[in-house]
Design a protein around this ligand. Structure first.
Ligand code: 3PG
Length: 321
């Protein structure tokens, strides 16, 4: 059975699949050639990350396809229900990248708190001639300890982020559509984990009380932003917003306004509307810390993704391999 891992797969994942008798092709086929490639090469398993789109046309025009795997969490690039209705197994690896995303969120919090993103932008060009004025510009940093992190969406990634924030001495508030209470295990070195129980709040309370707000929700089916002008207006003056979830979850135009008029102290974006061609103006805003959708892009997360995907495929398809 042939597998096309179109957005790549870790060596561990490839090895496990090959060991189980699958042939793994890691060529990155362009979107417009995808259907022809799958059919010409008798591909039965298609693996993607977020770059390759698997829409209805792929399911309709590739009758040999048996399995579509999303190495990662968000399935918004795949017409999941349609594929399943055509008898194709469609699965993801929901737990593999939580720690990596959480660490990126906390990294962005530290960056925003101490102007690291701006300092890194200007030190190379002005560090020699303008050292004193840059020092003055970035002197109003804050500590994370004692600040409140608001989490919208308390799934696996939200909980991993809460654990890091609590470990940094932050308070954590959250809103979630189904979890009214969560127990967050905090691991300190080799000691037994300490469990901290948190109770859910309303979105308005989270917006009003957070010094930092982070989103951990899937793309909304209606495409609507969860944080738009009204929600930004309810956030504390000078607070910070971090979005590592999906581009459309924050209204980018409303965010620009909230940054320009100083209502927000800053924001960090890892995800954008219209990836991989984000809004050019966003790239120029000083108060924005920017990363190119790298939440799950660590060696450890991708190893786990590869191994989890391999074991799912072996479990569901190995009889036919
Ligand atoms: C996810 O949904 O898993 C993340 O957004 C990571 O996407 P990526 O695998 O394309 O980096």
């Amino acid at each position: 059975m042939k597998i096309l891992a179109n957005d790549g797969l870790s060596k561990e994942g490839i090895d496990a699949l090959q060991h189980a008798g699958f042939k793994v092709i890691t060529e990155g086929v362009s979107q417009d050639q995808l259907i022809a490639f799958i059919n010409q090469n008798d591909i039965e398993v298609l693996l993607v990350r977020s770059a390759t789109k698997v829409r209805q046309d792929v399911f309709d025009q590739c009758p040999g396809l048996k399995f579509v795997g999303r190495g990662g969490v968000g399935m918004d690039n795949i017409d999941v229900a349609y594929g399943r209705s055509k008898g194709v197994l469609v699965m993801n690896t929901p737990g593999a990248s939580s720690i990596s995303v959480a660490e990126l969120v906390i990294g962005h919090c530290f960056s925003l708190a101490r102007f690291l993103h701006q300092s890194n932008r200007y030190m190379p060009t002005q560090g020699v001639s303008e050292f004193k004025s840059l020092k003055k510009k970035y002197e109003a940093g804050i500590e994370l300890r004692g600040k409140t992190l608001g989490i919208v969406g308390m799934g696996r990634i939200g909980q991993a982020t809460a654990a890091y924030a609590l470990g940094c001495g932050m308070k954590v508030v959250y809103v979630d559509r189904s979890k009214s209470e969560v127990a967050i295990p905090i691991q300190i070195a080799h000691l037994d984990p300490i469990s901290v129980t948190l109770q859910a709040s309303s979105l308005d309370d989270v917006l009003a009380s957070s010094d930092f707000l982070t989103l951990h929700i899937p793309a909304q089916a209606n495409g609507q932003a969860v944080i738009g002008q009204a929600e930004l207006g309810k956030m504390k003056k000078g607070s910070f917003l971090i979005n590592t979830a999906r581009g459309g979850s924050v209204d980018e135009e409303a965010l620009k306004v909230a940054l320009r008029n100083g209502h927000l102290g800053g924001a960090a974006l890892d995800v954008f509307v219209n990836e991989p061609t984000p809004d050019a103006e966003l790239m120029t805003i000083d108060a924005l810390a920017l990363t190119p959708h790298i939440g799950a892009a660590t060696a450890e997360a991708q190893d786990r993704v590869g191994l989890e995907m391999a074991s799912i495929i072996i479990e569901h398809l190995s009889i036919k391999a």
